[in-house]
Design a protein around this ligand. Sequence first.
Ligand SMILES: NC(=O)c1ccc[n+]([C@@H]2O[C@H](COP(=O)([O-])OP(=O)(O)OC[C@H]3O[C@@H](n4cnc5c(N)ncnc54)[C@H](O)[C@@H]3O)[C@@H](O)[C@H]2O)c1
Length: 184
Amino acid sequence: MHILVTGGAGYVGSVSVERLVDAGHRVTVLDDLSKGHHGAVVEGATFVKGSFGDRELVDRLLRDGGIEVVLHCAARSLVGESMRDPGAYYATNVAGGLSLLQAMRETRVRRIVLSSTAAVYGVPESTPIREDAVLRPINPYGETKRAFEGAMAWFGRAYGLRSASLRYFNVAGASERNGEDHDP
Ligand SMILES: NC(=O)c1ccc[n+]([C@@H]2O[C@H](COP(=O)([O-])OP(=O)(O)OC[C@H]3O[C@@H](n4cnc5c(N)ncnc54)[C@H](O)[C@@H]3O)[C@@H](O)[C@H]2O)c1
C-alpha cells in the first residue's frame, strides 16, 4: 500500500514511517521541517519538503503517486503556544487540514488516520476516560484537533471518506533509530 505520512520527520511520524517501511509499504513523507528532522526519515521512504496545507503540492502527490491512505501526523501541537497564538493553530490544524481533506476528495483518496490527542476531552468527568466521553477541549490545540475530527466525520457522511482518530496522551518510547527530538 502507498501511504502518505504528513509530519513523517517528527517524533510519532518518523517511528511510524520506520514501521510501515519495515512492513513492506511504500511511504511518502510530507514534512515542512518546521519541527522535524530530515535525518529521521528512513532510506526506504520518499521525502518531500512542504506543507500539507499547500493544495497544489498535495494534489500532485495524491494524484501522481497512487497514494491510497494518509497518516496525518503533522500539526502544531504545543498547548501553551496555542493559548498565546490561537490563529496559528486554526490556520495550520483546521484550515490546512481542510485543504488536505479537499485534496483527498478531489483525488479520491478515501482513507485517513489522524494523530489526534486526548486534549479533545478537556477535563474529563471521570477516569479512565471512555472513548465516547464528551469532547470539551480547554485550549486551542485540543479545539483545533476536535474541529478537524469533525470535518473528517462530515466528509465521511457526504463524500464517503473513511477516517480514524488516535486520541493519545503523552507519547513515550522510541525505536533504535528515532525517538523524541523536540525543542522545547
Ligand atoms: N508527542 C505526543 O506526546 C503527542 C500526544 C498526543 C498527540 N500527538 C499528536 O501527534 C502528532 C505528532 O506529534 P509529534 O510529537 O510527533 O510532533 P512533532 O512536532 O515531532 O512532529 C510533527 C511534524 O509535523 C511537521 N509539520 C508541522 N506543521 C507542518 C505542516 N504544515 N506541513 C507539513 N509538516 C508539518 C513538523 O516539522 C514535524 O516534523 C501531532 O499531530 C500531535 O498533535 C502527539
